[in-house]
Write a protein that binds this ligand. Structure first.
Ligand SMILES: NC(=O)c1ccc[n+]([C@@H]2O[C@H](COP(=O)([O-])OP(=O)(O)OC[C@H]3O[C@@H](n4cnc5c(N)ncnc54)[C@H](OP(=O)(O)O)[C@@H]3O)[C@@H](O)[C@H]2O)c1
Length: 216
């Protein structure tokens, strides 16, 4: 059993991740920012912690992470403009990384983005900015002494999880169900050999347990 701090716990991936973690006997600590969300998080088996990544102090966040075995960062503001991306995916990620360092939580998993996502489409300046922020924060995390894992999923869908994926350092771009992303994150949290590693993730034929073990 591991105590795992989840940033973005109320989101599409984060809420599925809480279910996966409790199902495998872990003890998730769930960061949320809107009062009223705590009841749903507690009902999902998590310990709710109120905090906004754009305003929280690093030392306070470190105190909340204290005693955790890993941090999984699934927070983000992809469709809310460039300022929100800078605040949440940018400075918010950096605050969480700095807090993990202060709290001596060595294992940090970042749900990032697939660099080839929607290339060739005219996605607009906000999307391109968002991708640059994700990339910059991968660089920030990778320069630390943490046991980091950067997971870069293709486009997220709400299709039912298949329980199978492709996972590796360089893949052809494709989409992937949020269910399967959450399952990969939950398994990755328990693979200490999987460290200082960047992995791309799409739908595919390999059972998730095997895909994570192979990557480790
Ligand atoms: N969409 C894609 O195709 C795609 C592809 C690759 C990677 N990604 C990445 O995957 C991430 C997770 O995807 P998703 O579908 O789970 O996103 P989501 O449903 O929008 O969830 C985002 C989470 O971040 C939280 N959050 C936002 N701002 C926050 C703040 N200031 N402080 C604390 N928490 C905050 C949200 O909390 P609230 O509930 O309070 O809003 C929510 O829990 C995305 O953010 C993106 O970076 C997405």
């Amino acid at each position: 059993m591991a105590r795992i701090f989840v940033a973005g716990a109320t989101g599409g991936v984060g809420s599925r991740l809480l279910s996966q973690l409790t199902a495998q006997g872990d003890d998730p600590v769930a960061l949320y920012r809107t009062p009223g969300q705590e009841r749903r998080l507690a009902a999902a088996g998590a310990t709710p912690i109120l905090g906004d990544l754009t305003t929280i102090d690093t030392t306070v966040l470190a105190g909340q992470m204290h005693g955790c075995d890993a941090v999984i960062f699934t927070a983000g503001a992809p469709d809310q403009g460039q300022a929100a991306a800078d605040a949440v995916d940018g400075r918010g990620l950096a605050t969480a990384v700095d807090a993990a360092l202060v709290a001596h939580v060595r294992r940090f998993v970042h749900l990032s983005a697939f660099p080839e996502a929607w290339r060739g489409r005219q996605m607009g300046a906000d999307f391109e900015h968002y991708m640059r922020v994700k990339r910059r924060q991968d660089v920030y995390l990778a320069a630390t002494a943490l046991d980091w894992v950067i997971l870069r999923p293709g486009t997220l869908t709400n299709n039912p999880g298949a329980g199978t994926v492709r996972l590796g350092p360089a893949l052809d771009y494709d989409d992937v169900p949020r269910d399967d992303v959450a399952a990969v994150l939950a398994h990755a949290a328990h693979q200490p050999c999987l460290r200082r590693s960047i992995l791309e993730l799409t739908r595919g034929p390999v059972p998730i347990t095997q895909a994570v073990a192979d990557a480790a």
